[in-house]
Design a protein around this ligand. Structure first.
Ligand code: CA
Length: 595
C-alpha cells in the first residue's frame, strides 16, 4: 500500500492492526483449513478432528502424567427446559466455540470465558418424528457460515458472527418420517448431509448443496433401484450409475419404502477422494417380508464427492433382521503390511464384528468379534459376509399376530451405536465404546403407512452381565486383539477422543468425563459433570494452553428403547451443559517438560 506522506506512521499501523483484528474476528473457514484440521490444534473446524474422523489430537501438553491436575475453567448451560440428550461435538474457530443442543438449537460461546455470543432455536413443528430422542450431533463450518440439520429435516445456514439465518432448505418431508440429527460436512466446497428415518420406511439419501446459497447439487438415494441425480441450473440430470436394478435385491415394491437411512453422516478421505457413509436398516425390520440382500441397507458406501455416484459398497449385514444398521463410522487409517502401506478403513458394527476394509475398493481385509457374545452369526466368510445362525433370526408371524421370539446378542442398540471411536496413530489402536447386551426379538405383521412406524417387530433389551454393560476397548486393527478393556455399569453412549499425550477421553451415563492411559487402559482422571455424558470430547490449544471440552446431558436412545436396561438407568438425571477444562497455569511449565 502507498503511504501518504502527511499521514503519521502510527496512524497507518493503527488502521492496519484494526484491519487485522477485524480479519481475525471474522476469518472465514477455507477448504484448506478443513483439510489441514488434524495438523492445526489451535482450532477444530471438522466433526471428527479431521475429515477422516480419527479424533486424534497432536497435542501433548496435557498427558497421562499430568492429567490428574486437569480442572474445570468454565461451564455453560444450554438453559430453558430442554434438558436432555446432548450429543454434539463442539467446533472451535478464532476463540469461538460452535455447537448444538437438543431440540435443534445452535450456540456460539466465547471459548475463553464460556460467555454466550448468540443462540439460534429452530422453530420445530409439533409432528416431528425423531426415532431416538431430540438429539443433534453438531455443526459444520465453512466460509462465514455455520450449518446444521434440524429434527424436521431442514438444513440451516447461520452467519457465524451473528447467528442470523442466511438460508434454510427443506431436505426431505418430516411428515414421511425424515429428520436430521447428524453433523453435516464440507467436502471440496460442497455441503453434504444424510437423513434419518429408517424406522418409518423413508428412502435413505445423501445430498450435496452449494454452501453459499443452499442450491442442491446432487442427490444419491441409498436404496437400490432409485436413481440419483445431479442438478445443473435447477434441472435434474439422471445419474443412475450404481443405482442398481429395482427389485433385484428387494421383492416387489418394497424398495420404494426401503429405509437404509444414512442417519449418522459421513467422513471424507482426501487420499482416495471418497466420501465414506454408512446406511441403516432395511425397512421394515421384519425380514421375512423382504427376501434378498436389500442393498444398500446396513452397508458402508464410498461416494464420488463430485456427483454422488457409488464407487463401492460393503454390506455388513445383508438381509438384516435385527436392526443392526450399518451406519457406524468408517475411519480411514494406513498401516504397514510387510513393508507395503495399506490404505485401510475400519468400522465397529452394531452387529458385533469389527471390519477392516481396503478403502481404495471396499474389499474385505479382515473381521473379528469385538464384543464377548454374538449369537446371530457364527463368524464371517472370506469376503466378510456373515455366516448366519438361522435359529437366531426371529420367525415369520404366519397366521399368528406375533412370530416366535428368539434371544439374540448383540441387542439392536448395538455392540456399538452412534458414539464415535478414535484412532491413535502412536499406539496404532482404535478406542471403541462398546456395549454387552442382548434382546428378545419377534416379528409381527406390518403394512406401510406414510409417516407411521414401519417395524413389524417387537423387542426387549436385556443386560448380559449384572455388574456392567459398557466396555471401552482398545483394539488392534491389524492383529484383531483387544489390548485393554474398561467396564462401565451403564451402557456407553458418548464419543471418544485420543491424543499424542497418551490419553483417551470418553464420558459415561453416570455423568463422568474420564481419561485413560492410551497404552495401558488405566483410568487416570475423571470429573463428575452432573448429568450423563453422551457428547464427543475435543481438545485444542488457545493462548499457549491445552483445553478440553465436552457436553453433558443424559437422554438419547437408551432410556427410550432400552427395555430392561432402561429400568437400570431410569434414575439418571437429564441435563444440558458444556464443560471446559485445562491445567492450572502454574502447572503448564511442567506440562510441557514432562511428556
Ligand atoms: Ca435402525
Amino acid at each position: 500500500m502507498t503511504r501518504s506522506p502527511r499521514r503519521p506512521a502510527f496512524a497507518v499501523s493503527l488502521v492496519l492492526s484494526a484491519m487485522l483484528l477485524a480479519g481475525a474476528a471474522h476469518a472465514a473457514v477455507s477448504n484448506d483449513e478443513i483439510l489441514q484440521d488434524p495438523k492445526n490444534p489451535q482450532q477444530i473446524v471438522t466433526n471428527g478432528l479431521g475429515v477422516q474422523g480419527q479424533r486424534y489430537s497432536p497435542l501433548d501438553m496435557l498427558n497421562s502424567n499430568n492429567v490428574k491436575e486437569l480442572r474445570p475453567v468454565w461451564a455453560f448451560s444450554f438453559g430453558g427446559e430442554k434438558q436432555r440428550g446432548q450429543q454434539a461435538q463442539p467446533l472451535i474457530k478464532d476463540g469461538v466455540m460452535y455447537l448444538t443442543g437438543s431440540y435443534s438449537r445452535v450456540f456460539a460461546v466465547d471459548a475463553r470465558t464460556g460467555k454466550k455470543l448468540w443462540q439460534y432455536d429452530a422453530r420445530l413443528p409439533d409432528d416431528i418424528r425423531p426415532c431416538c430422542d431430540v438429539i443433534n450431533r453438531g455443526v459444520a463450518l465453512y466460509g462465514d457460515l455455520v450449518f446444521f440439520g434440524t429434527l424436521d429435516a431442514k438444513l440451516v445456514a447461520l452467519n457465524k458472527d451473528t447467528g442470523k439465518v442466511v438460508w434454510s432448505k427443506k431436505v426431505a418431508d418430516h411428515k414421511e418420517g425424515y429428520s436430521i440429527s447428524a453433523a453435516p460436512m464440507i467436502v471440496n466446497g460442497k455441503l453434504i448431509t444424510g437423513v434419518a428415518g429408517g424406522e418409518f420406511g423413508v428412502v435413505g439419501k445423501i445430498q450435496a448443496y452449494n454452501p453459499e446459497n443452499g442450491e442442491l447439487l446432487w442427490m444419491r438415494p441409498t436404496v437400490e433401484g432409485h436413481m440419483g441425480y445431479v442438478y445443473k441450473d435447477g434441472k435434474a440430470i439422471e445419474n443412475g450409475i450404481s443405482g442398481g436394478e429395482a427389485g433385484k435385491t428387494w421383492p416387489g415394491d418394497l424398495w420404494k419404502t426401503g429405509g437404509a437411512a444414512p442417519w449418522l453422516g459421513g467422513y471424507y478421505d482426501p487420499e482416495t477422494n471418497l466420501i465414506l457413509f454408512g446406511t441403516g436398516n432395511p425397512a421394515p425390520w421384519n425380514s421375512h417380508l423382504r427376501p434378498g440382500d436389500n442393498l444398500y441397507s446396513s452397508s458402508r458406501l464410498a461416494l464420488n464427492p463430485d456427483d454422488g455416484t457409488i464407487k463401492w459398497h460393503f454390506q455388513s449385514t445383508p438381509h438384516d433382521g435385527w436392526d443392526f444398521d450399518g451406519v457406524n463410522e468408517l475411519i480411514s487409517f494406513n498401516y504397514k503390511d510387510g513393508g507395503k502401506e495399506v490404505k485401510a478403513a475400519a468400522t465397529a458394527d452394531r452387529n458385533g464384528f469389527f471390519y477392516v476394509l481396503d478403502r481404495t475398493n471396499g474389499k474385505f481385509i479382515r473381521g473379528f468379534p469385538f464384543v464377548d457374545k454374538i449369537t446371530w452369526a457364527t463368524g464371517l466368510d472370506k469376503d466378510g459376509r456373515p455366516i448366519y445362525n438361522e435359529a437366531s433370526r426371529p420367525g415369520a408371524p404366519g397366521s399368528e399376530a406375533k412370530g416366535s421370539s428368539v434371544f439374540v446378542a448383540p441387542a439392536f442398540l448395538g455392540a456399538k451405536n452412534w458414539m464415535p471411536m478414535a484412532y491413535n496413530k502412536d499406539t496404532g489402536l482404535f478406542y471403541v465404546p462398546s456395549n454387552e447386551w442382548g434382546m428378545d426379538i419377534w416379528n409381527e405383521g406390518i403394512a406401510y403407512k406414510k409417516g407411521a412406524a414401519f417395524l413389524g417387530a417387537g423387542f426387549t433389551i436385556k443386560p448380559l452381565n449384572e455388574d456392567y454393560i459398557g466396555v471401552l476397548r482398545a483394539i488392534d486393527p491389524v492383529s484383531g486383539k483387544e489390548v485393554w478393556r474398561h467396564k462401565n455399569y451403564a451402557p456407553l453412549w458418548g464419543g471418544v477422543l485420543t491424543t499424542k499425550g497418551n490419553l483417551v477421553f470418553t464420558g459415561t451415563p453416570e455423568g463422568y468425563l474420564q481419561a485413560f492411559n492410551a497404552k495401558t487402559g488405566d483410568k487416570v482422571w475423571e470429573f463428575q459433570t452432573g448429568s450423563g455424558v453422551l457428547g464427543s470430547p475435543v481438545t485444542w490449544e488457545m493462548d499457549g494452553e491445552q483445553y478440553v471440552s465436552v457436553v453433558s446431558g443424559w437422554g438419547g436412545a437408551v432410556p427410550l428403547w432400552g427395555g430392561e436396561v432402561a429400568k437400570r438407568v431410569k434414575d439418571f438425571n437429564q441435563g444440558g451443559m458444556l464443560w471446559t477444562f485445562k491445567l492450572p497455569k502454574q502447572l503448564q511449565q511442567t506440562a510441557s517438560t514432562q511428556p
